[in-house]
Design a protein around this ligand. Sequence first.
Ligand SMILES: [Zn+2]
Length: 422
Amino acid sequence: MKKSYLIICGKLFDGIREELQPHMEILVEGNKIVSTGRNLSRPKEVEIIDLGHLTVTPGMIDAHVHGNLMRWQETDNILFQSEGYSTLAFLHTAQRCLERGFTTIRCNGMGPGGYGIVDVREVISRGLFPAARMNVGAHMLGGPGMPGDMSMYASTNEPLSDFMQIKTIGSGRDFFRDQVRREVKYGTDFIKIFLSGSFLSPDGGPEISYLDDEELEIIIRTAHDLGKPVTAHVYPPRMMKKLLEFGIDGMEHGALMDEETARTFEKQDTYLVPTFSPFQDVIEGNDELVDMNTEDSRMKLRKYAPQLRESREIIRGSQIRLGFGSDFCAVHQPYESWYEYRSWMRSGMGAFRTLKAATSVNAGILRMDHLIGTIEPGKLADISGWHRDLMEDCDALSECDFVMKDGNVYPAGNTVVDEYTV
Ligand SMILES: [Zn+2]
């Protein structure tokens, strides 16, 4: 028999309405929400869960997670991770995310060559491990030396570096057509392109391009032919314009956004996952935290600080469809998604825009909006509860009190303080 729960909410944010509704109830049967409202009739044998002291939301979604690290301090050693270690790290991250009220994560793969990440998604979806549901971009596609090409760390030794370079890194139309088809064959949910350089990797910086027009066009077209969406790691407006022209579904970062490009995003309803957190410290001038990055990253972040601040304002003032993604592979652990809430709130994004980004908007970005992202009859019962004030408290998501995923209740909380976490 299906188990049923009646959840009594202190306040409810349903993922759509920009209000916190008092005294709402949610009836869950099996893995689905069957009704919401006030004074719902109680079926026989229903179990009451009283969350009258909490604000209840849809299970949160983080759209940009690099889960192949157990701890961010391992980033420099990523090259030496085995497939097995990386696979376990994905599971570890998904477990820690679930405890923290994030019931779904979109993984922008960065691990070794294999498809262990797809296996992790599958065993979680079969209910074999209590962990956040995963949406998977298995590997990054781009040119040699791009950010995420971890063989760069061995680039003083050509044979060694070549040996360690993953299969999805290369050049040319035929190469990328084949790689897209392979990624889809082995189970990726979306294709992730690495177009521009980066602030955090040992590469030529955010204005360098690692793919030409022909390569971009074939990647996007082949993925679309196979029914898969495409996103790209990108910073400069000229590269974002190119991607918009080729009909990409969305982009990550966009941290050097200008007004003209923002208008094209709006017109085409292309989404952007702006990953505010990795830039928050430099935008706020917090030197102590900026200094925790590598020397190369520190220099890049400081050089672009004025432009990063200006672009943040452009993104904030725009109507771009913004998704919520934390992108931690330095300074914070990959499962500490709540820092991204802090960054959005401190940037003046407004609580409801932030909450919608982390729920209904992200569900659309993951193409899972028929299943998750809102609290409505027919949706999967992914529900989180929070005791802090989501409207005013920038750190409200740092303490999760209740988690349900697929109609099952899991232990909530992030009381384990990591000794390296600031
Ligand atoms: Zn990333």
